[in-house]
Design a protein around this ligand. Structure first.
Ligand SMILES: [Mg+2]
Length: 174
């Protein structure tokens, strides 16, 4: 059984609009994978919506990265995925990028989760792709993912794909 990093997910702090927060995604061994700053748009205690401005530095395990996309990101405290709505500044939606991860922990400033490799890309024309299955399989062996976590990750990929297929929130937002 995989133990979630957070004991009481709904007792965690709720962020107010405008709060600057830092996403720190790790791999299963705890190594930093992706560190990205956001500003909170809203937080209802379960769903944190936050934005990232294009070209702001992001730390990645492969070096610094500056995304060309403005991002509006949906982090649910109780889901095994998040959704990044990507668009170039002053342009329409380019892509929805969904990361399969453990449910996030949040202490009011720092949002953390384990990146579980799998991603789902949803294009405005309705094309949906499951990405990085090879990496997911490699890391299952490399890190020894618990079977329960593998199962949750695979189910999360199907869940977010199905949500996109039926244009459920946030894919209803354009
Ligand atoms: Mg990936």
């Amino acid at each position: 059984m995989y133990h979630r990093p957070m004991k009481q997910p709904f007792c965690n702090p709720v962020a107010s609009q405008g709060t600057r927060i830092l996403l720190r995604a790790t791999k299963y061994d705890g190594a930093a994978h992706w560190i990205q700053p956001f500003t909170v748009v809203s937080d209802d205690g379960v769903l944190i919506v936050a934005q990232y401005r294009a070209r702001t530095p992001i730390f990645t395990s492969r070096g610094e990265f500056r995304s060309p996309y403005d991002s509006l990101v949906y982090f649910w405290r109780d889901r095994w995925y998040n959704v990044f709505r990507l668009s170039r500044p002053n342009c329409p939606l380019a892509l929805w990028y969904c990361n399969i991860t453990t449910p996030p922990s949040f202490d009011g400033r720092h949002l953390g989760y384990v990146d579980l490799d799998l991603d789902v890309a949803v294009r405005p024309d309705g094309d949906i792709q499951l990405l990085d299955q090879d990496e997911f399989e490699l890391h299952q062996r490399k890190y020894g993912y618990p079977p329960d976590m593998i199962d949750r990750a695979e189910r999360a990929a199907i869940e977010v794909r199905d949500l996109a297929l039926r244009h459920g929130f946030p894919f209803s937002e354009g």
